[in-house]
Design a protein around this ligand. Sequence first.
Ligand code: SF4
Ligand code: SF4
Ligand code: FES
Length: 372
Amino acid sequence: MTVEKAVLKVYRYNPEKDEKPYYREYEVPVDQAQTLLDALFYIQENLDPSLSFRFFCRAAVCGSCAMKVNGISRLACKTPFKPLVERSKGKPITVEPLNFLAPIKDLVVDHDKPFESLKNLETWLEPKKPVPEKEYRVSPEEVKSYERPTNCILCFACYGSCEAVMDDPKYAGPYAFSRVYRYVLDSRNDEEHKKEMVKRAMEVGDIWGCVQCQKCIYVCPKGVRPAEDIQNVRGIAAEYGFKEYPGVKKLQHFVDWVYATGQINRLALPEEVYGVDPTPLINKFKERGAEVWEVPKPLPGLIEFRDLILEVMKEKKPHLDIDFHHVRKIDKKVEEVFNADVCTKITQHFEEKKEDFFTRFWKKVSQFLGAS
Ligand code: SF4
Ligand code: SF4
Ligand code: FES
């Protein structure tokens, strides 16, 4: 019986010897490996003892064997080999080190930078003052609330997949913000220290740089959901009243414009958030023939929509107050552009337009039927 073999195309690089990285292909018998980590061991033990990779627990606990497999960050010890071979459909399986981390040798990368980020964001527990004489009691509900981010094993698979890390060397990384969130939820932590962590997440870690691509959620081997934790920490920043930060201003901008018109207004955003004149941007759009809505068309049914927003915010996000002073200014612009009183006429205006559309459409259909 012939043994099925898979080809692994492995990234090789020894900065002390090689001018540049290269790939080497190895044939591994599929029945010799349960996991990708076993396949790497097979190579090291039988084909090429110089291959370097990191591992420890072999059970998806220590986080040391994260690498890029066919372009996606994975734990080698948690990647079953046969299904991987089947998914690769006869093509070589590419194995590379994680992105964005300095190479040490072959698949081994330097973890210092992401660990440094955790220190810089002070992601730890500072006991509440005064320190209680007895032990802290933490309810099961509270433990549940931060169970998911606590499951992070610092494998940095998310870091190696992150769009924000790719664009911004200052960006701390998904795992780091999950950790901030975890310690902000912890009732044993000192309130001032929680605020400091959130402040650092903004100032040192650049948390507003996250583009919400969700890749960190997709690749995490432990079910941590950093993209969601990031949104939560951003909300907490607003809750703490850090209103001077561009990200919080942006949040406020969204709340006000959505409340006023039902939509965000990207053209007003540079001015309201960064104090930058948007005219050159608007002119550029116009030059290219794009339709520019300096004020977005309010949604039909806007008044009911406003009531709904107020209700939701009152219950769930009381800290994100609608800035009514700002909203009135937007209303005024809407009135000028659409020649309608926001509180009554806009809704009617759109309802009438909708009726017009249906009447015209029906007329056309009738004409067509009459003509045939
Ligand atoms: S959602 Fe944010 S943190 Fe997660 S990978 Fe994308 S940019 Fe990075
Ligand atoms: S969040 Fe998930 S992918 Fe990121 S370091 Fe933690 S365990 Fe790894
Ligand atoms: S060897 Fe520990 S997570 Fe893979």
